[in-house]
Design a protein around this ligand. Structure first.
Ligand SMILES: Nc1ncnc2c1ncn2[C@@H]1O[C@H](COP(=O)(O)OP(=O)(O)OP(=O)(O)O)[C@@H](O)[C@H]1O
Ligand SMILES: [Mg+2]
Length: 368
């Protein structure tokens, strides 16, 4: 997949700009607050119908603008697409692909796909399990519609169970419904474990390769899926997984009733990330953290490529700072395959770019 051209009008600090991109690497340079992240935001918006940071479409309209137009010319599956989004101050946005209106933003996923790395993604390594679970869930939901359905069903059952556990003191009759929701969580939870296990195996393989290359062969990254303790083998039969989850839930029944909380289950799953055998969350340096988070994103891109047959467009926002020249060189020149966009502040201190284009962004203007 390739973004050939982008046109922006009335979008954030871009009054009216257009740029033609390289099929390989595009480096977007500029000082702070010039519009680099805004540019990536526009590219992501056109691939998902959703901004990675704005809560409302209105936020993205230029301060002086009544409406905004974002237009991308995209090559994907051997065809050309014209993806357009029109945003307005007072009414609903409009999405068009080749002039045909779309009902939902999700339908854009059929045209082209982006993988975004933003500074917040360091949470993937640094923070608690929730960030890593969200990463896994987001990727899997895009890849496997059945997973998305199982996850939605599991979360609904868990909400019901949480409500029962919270309120049964005043209304003991609620407890009668508990076994039904437990059983739903067991059945759907087994499906989640099944998919997550397989996803993590592949994720770990790819991420280890990228991390090793980025660190010049010096570091070994490992990713291990961690689920509820009663599950002996997350790669086992779904029927067996369900049996293990049932035993697990029964063992926690008393504690859940006493604490009034839905304690243990796949909703507490995690990915254990280690570098040279030590937990990255606790021991990794800033550069290692960045490298590991990047390796995870690159692995996600690889998995997507296997499923879709084409690399998605990779967007790296501010990934180069804190990396030593060897690791920067890897990011600029050795991320093989697919189109890449990289933002950075100082071009002169970077290793030279072997193939691609460099753009300079200054107060909402783009120069090549
Ligand atoms: N709706 C908007 N209309 C006009 N300008 C906006 C709007 N939203 C944000 N901006 C401005 O856009 C400017 C550039 O923001 P952006 O996040 O793209 O900077 P950046 O180049 O990525 O900088 P940094 O290197 O600090 O990350 C900011 O100064 C911000 O005030
Ligand atoms: Mg930025």
């Amino acid at each position: 997949m390739e973004l050939e051209r982008l046109e922006l009008e009335g979008f954030r600090n871009y009054v009216r700009q257009a740029a033609d991109f390289d099929p390989r690497c595009n480096v977007i340079c500029g000082e702070n607050a010039q519009g680099k992240t805004n540019l990536l935001e526009a590219i992501v918006y056109l691939s998902r119908g959703r901004s990675p940071r704005a809560r409302t479409d209105r936020e993205m309209l230029g301060f002086e603008a009544e409406s905004a137009r974002l237009l991308a010319l995209v090559r994907s599956r051997g065809r050309s697409f014209r993806v357009q989004a029109d945003l307005f101050r007072g009414r609903r946005r409009r999405l068009l692909v080749n002039q045909v209106p779309l009902k939902t933003g999700a339908a854009l996923g059929d045209v082209y796909h982006t993988v975004l790395f933003q500074p917040e993604d360091l949470y993937l390594i640094r923070e608690g399990a929730a960030a890593r679970r969200r990463f896994m869930d987001t990727a899997l939901c895009q890849l496997r519609p059945r997973y998305a359905a199982a996850l939605a069903g599991y979360e609904r059952a868990r909400e019901q169970k949480t409500r029962i556990l919270r309120d049964f003191g005043e209304r003991p009759d609620l407890l009668a419904a508990l076994p039904e929701f437990n059983e739903q969580m067991i059945r759907l939870g087994a499906a989640l474990i099944h998919y997550r296990h397989r996803f993590c195996l592949r994720l770990g393989e790819y991420a280890a390769v990228h991390h090793r290359e980025c660190s010049g062969g010096r570091e070994h990254l490992e990713i291990r899926y961690q689920t509820v303790s009663s599950v002996q083998d997350p790669g086992g039969e779904p029927g067996r997984l369900a049996e293990e989850l049932r035993t697990h839930m029964a063992a926690h029944r008393e504690a859940e009733l006493a604490s009034r909380l839905c304690l243990s289950g796949p909703h507490k799953d995690d990915l254990l990330v280690t570098i040279d055998g030590r937990e990255a969350k606790t021991y990794s340096s800033q550069g290692q953290t960045r490298t590991a988070a990047l390796a995870l994103k690159l692995a996600e891109r690889e998995i997507y490529k296997n499923a879709a047959g084409e690399y998605p467009v990779l967007l790296l926002d501010d990934v180069l700072s804190e990396l030593d020249p060897r690791r920067q060189e890897f990011v600029l020149n050795r991320i093989a395959g697919g189109q890449v966009f990289i933002t950075c502040c100082e071009e002169d201190r970077l290793p030279s770019l072997l193939g691609g284009k460099v753009f300079h962004v200054e107060r909402g203007t783009i120069r090549q």
